[in-house]
Design a protein. Structure first.
Length: 86
């Protein structure tokens, strides 16, 4: 009888720890990763609206006459600033 109670307690603790570990994995901070594609994927997974906002910022930049160029970082700077706005 005591063995069954102990087994139930252990099973409950394992289930509880699995729930806590899964929520902490979902609440990860994407800033811990270096800038790059993996960091963007992390942010998009947590915030689905991230991609739409980035596309809107790119469209705003192109409507202002900014273009992607290795020599001019204007579009990159504008998109970065636009993403920081609320």
């Amino acid at each position: 009888m005591a063995k069954d109670v102990l087994f139930d307690v252990v099973r409950t603790l394992i289930a509880f720890s699995m729930v806590l570990s899964s929520t902490s994995a979902q609440a990860q901070n994407c800033r811990q990763y270096p800038p790059g594609p993996f960091r963007l994927q992390c942010a998009e997974a947590i915030h689905p609206q991230f991609e739409a906002k980035r596309e809107r910022c790119k469209e705003e930049a192109m409507s202002m006459g900014l273009s992607r160029s290795a020599l001019d970082s204007g579009m990159k700077d504008y998109v970065h600033a636009c993403m920081q706005r609320r």
